[in-house]
Design a protein around this ligand. Structure first.
Ligand code: NDP
Length: 330
């Protein structure tokens, strides 16, 4: 038997709620690899999956949420993995459509796993988690489109959140000048410790676009917010600069004009972590191990256990989580 945070749906109300439950291994779904999970995390999507209606992501109940995990292979029928191998999983709709990481054991397809690079522990991997892995993908995409240190400030929106915190730390470590947008002025000290040199108040930049072009301010942008903020940011990019669109914490609409694309050659780069090809996943985890200093990573961590999940789910949807929650499932 092992412990899991299991969501079950009430037939009368149609609403789901979760609790810690004992499960047996034969209840796990099919898959080639059984993993002893060490840590999972709480991402924005986990907040949606934990909510009473499953955020439109969870299809069937009972369900084990948790969109990412790190741990050790216990059993494998696939040649690529053997017992004792350290692995990490993000994406592939694990925790949404498939049972996820909020349990002491998970069974998944071998294709979904990535070997954990040397020099990074399971706990550190989950301090990074889907949010941080996606931040790394965003930085890689900006670099692939020509961003380099010394070109001017790089803006990170939703800076004190999970994606934002990791993006700030990576960019600062790589030598970029980092500007962070936050709606929480009390996080200024935290952001400065991560390497942010300019704090931008959310209300300064979260208004509907009035002029399609504003002063050319940013050499690049990692955007976790979307909506009005992304629309404004497009008009503030320097000539030829790129925005990596990662998230929608502020809304899924994009009330923008095409003028920044046409007159300033601005690029809007879409970042998807879920179906990301294997080679790029490996590249991103290796870059994380290299480019994210562990002391900065530790400063982002809020430790938690399976029993904390209902509250943490609500907190992340309300934008109350600072940095990264690391869930010790044992
Ligand atoms: P967090 O909640 O940790 O971070 C989001 C941050 O956005 C908040 O901390 C807050 O930062 C800011 N924010 C929240 N609400 C608003 C609002 N209404 N207006 C403006 N800013 C707001 O979430 P994550 O970092 O886990 O995820 C961020 C986004 O990225 C989510 O939308 C998530 O779905 C998406 N995502 C996408 C992935 C992909 O593959 N494309 C993968 C991972 C995440 P502050 O308090 O500093 O203002």
């Amino acid at each position: 038997m092992f412990k899991a945070f299991l969501l079950e749906k009430d037939d009368d109300s149609g609403l789901a709620a979760g609790q810690i439950t004992d499960l047996s291994e034969d209840q796990l779904p099919e898959g080639e690899v059984t993993v002893a999970v060490a840590f999972s995390t709480v991402n924005y999507k986990d907040g949606l999956c934990l909510s009473a209606k499953g955020g439109g992501l969870v299809r069937t109940y009972p369900h084990v949420p948790g969109i990412d995990f790190a741990g050790t292979v216990e059993a494998s029928s696939d040649d690529r993995y053997k017992p004792g191998d350290r692995v990490v999983l993000t994406g592939w709709r694990v925790g949404e459509v498939h049972w996820g990481g909020y349990a002491q054991k998970a069974r998944v397809k071998a294709d979904w796993l990535v070997p954990l690079p040397d020099g990074i522990t399971a706990r550190q991997a989950m301090a990074v988690g889907t949010a941080g892995f996606t931040a790394m993908l965003a930085v890689m995409a900006l670099e692939d489109h020509g961003l380099a240190p010394g070109q001017g400030p790089v803006l990170v929106t939703g800076a004190a959140g999970g994606v934002g915190s990791v993006a700030c730390a990576i960019l600062a470590t790589l030598g970029y000048e980092v500007a962070g947008v936050t709606g929480r002025p009390e996080t200024e000290g935290y952001l400065r410790d991560l390497g942010v040199s300019q704090i931008v108040a959310r209300e300064e930049i979260n208004e509907t676009v009035k002029a399609p072009l504003e002063r050319e301010s940013w050499a690049g942008c990692v955007d976790a917010v979307g909506g009005d903020m992304l629309a404004r940011v497009l008009g503030q990019m320097r000539y030829g600069a790129s925005v990596a669109a990662v998230g929608l914490a502020g809304g899924a609409k994009l009330p923008a004009s095409v003028i920044p694309f046409l007159l300033r050659g601005v690029n809007l780069l879409g970042i998807d972590s879920v179906m990301q090809p294997y080679d790029n996943r490996l590249r991103a985890w290796e870059r994380v191990a290299r480019d994210l200093p562990l002391d900065k990573l530790e400063a982002m961590v809020q430790p938690a256990s399976l029993g904390d999940l209902p509250q943490l789910g609500e907190d992340i949807l309300a934008g109350r989580i600072k940095g990264r929650v690391v869930v010790d499932v044992n």
